[in-house]
Design a protein around this ligand. Structure first.
Ligand SMILES: [Zn+2]
Length: 188
């Protein structure tokens, strides 16, 4: 008899499996597709956001997640409604002889920001088109901060739409869960 109870329990549990848990929804949110650009030629590659920096098998270039410049007067904007995309390149990374990612060590006793800038990188995500206008120009701290805020991680339109659906699903589930918890508390 107990074996039958376990069997029935198993069937009920697997039935519940079709109903996704909150953590499963979170997992899908994190792994939605994102746009990557190769560091040299700027080739666009779509891959899971969880993938992180990787080497493009075709070109052998490093790929970084795309950023978008939201400065309304960004000189990189073509005025065709297409966002200006760029990457926040980690200049300490390079591709090793075996096609693997190698991280160069930060030289001891040097300011990391100086090292990054000497390699042509930026400490913060920085739009290269805006930078062409900004370089050598005096800037207040507030202006600097404004440019940091204009550089935003880019979200693919299809991923933004799916994220919205997942957020709705998450909220429905979370509300239903707290509702059932309240009901069971009443019974105690
Ligand atoms: Zn810009």
């Amino acid at each position: 008899m107990p074996r039958i109870a376990i069997l029935i329990g198993g069937i009920i549990l697997s039935g519940c499996g079709a109903d996704r848990s909150l953590s499963q929804i979170e997992q899908e949110m994190r792994s939605l597709d994102t746009l990557y650009l190769t560091a040299g030629s700027g080739k666009k590659i779509t891959a899971a956001a969880t993938k992180g920096v990787f080497v493009d098998g075709e070109s052998g270039e490093l790929c970084f997640p795309a950023y978008v410049c939201t400065n309304p007067e960004c000189p990189g904007s073509q005025g065709d409604g297409q966002p200006f995309l760029f990457i926040h390149r980690d200049v300490m990374l390079r591709v090793g002889p075996g096609g693997e990612i190698v991280r160069d060590e930060m030289p001891q006793g040097r300011n990391p920001v100086d090292v990054i800038e000497s390699r042509g990188g930026f400490a913060n995500p920085t739009c290269p088109a805006c930078w062409e206008v900004r370089r050598g120009r005096p800037e207040t701290q507030a202006m600097k901060q404004q440019f940091v805020e204009w550089a935003q991680p880019y979200t693919l339109p299809v991923a933004a739409a799916r994220k919205k659906e997942l957020e709705d699903e998450y909220q429905r589930k979370a509300a239903a869960k707290s509702g059932s918890r309240r009901r069971s508390n009443v019974g105690r």
